[in-house]
Design a protein around this ligand. Sequence first.
Ligand code: SF4
Length: 331
Amino acid sequence: MANILEVENLATYFHTFKGVVKAVDHISFSMEEGEVLGVVGESGCGKSVTGFSLIKLIDPPGKIQADKIEFDGQDLLGKSEKEMNKIRGGDITMIFQDPMTSLNPVYTIEHQMDEMLRLHQPQLSRAQRHSRCVELLREVGIPNAEERLKCYPHQFSGGMRQRVVIAIALASAPKLIIADEPTTALDVTIQAQVLQLMKRLVNEKGCALMLITHDLAVVSEITDRVNVMYCGHIVESGPTRSLIDRPLHPYTQGLLASIPGNGETRDDERLEVIPGMVPNMFDLPKGCKFAPRCAKCMGVCMEVEPETVTVSEGRRVACHLYSGAGKEEEQ
Ligand code: SF4
């Protein structure tokens, strides 16, 4: 399968009066056509900034630098703002946590879907656009689509609103959807339904999905591969099943241990939590950024930032436990 996205050495820094925040610090990754990639980590670890950087939606004092951001064979770094506007909402669409961020409360759903279709499929007639709107609402499982098109966003429940947002995101027939915590605001049952819907739709349409979430349980449901982020770095990546069954990085192990009902956790047992907090981004530790919270921390971890190494097919990790320096220290 060909790559739809290739990112090399992406760094997004915010130059503030208090200092420089390295929100995303030289990360590289790729996505295949039709692939579902999870980007996971606690809040403030750089996962949302990664998503916004790809479509160059970073406001000053933020600055994006990269050796390469190539989408569908096009160099996004060289694109003008006008060209990027065509790509955003077109070949790349975004879904946010709060559907009301994307929906305009004063227009009907049909008006908002029609606007999208007019922009990205100008060849369609008015009648064809109406039929397409009905079809899209049906595809995302909204009953009485014909009538519901005339409704305003506030007339839908939270889960149904997010389905509408997904329908609008699909209206431009995107090649990549970036979904930032799309189900966090929904209750657990609705969350599972919306995730399965997204998985089914991207499979059917063959479009790629980048699912940004703080929740590894969500990632395990629908993704093919996962990037685990911490303090702006990808600390571990790999195929979802393999990463969940055998997490390598102590941070990934901590995230997994904190999922209710995971592994050996009994109902009456307290969940494990990762000790400490994400460090102050203005004052990051010198070596491994996870060192102050890591139970396996060694001397080298405090001094030297671990490099990313390939451990096995598709599995990469940035931790001294798997590099020469850490192994020597352990002996
Ligand atoms: Fe822990 Fe050291 Fe690995 Fe960092 S490099 S995660 S401190 S063992």
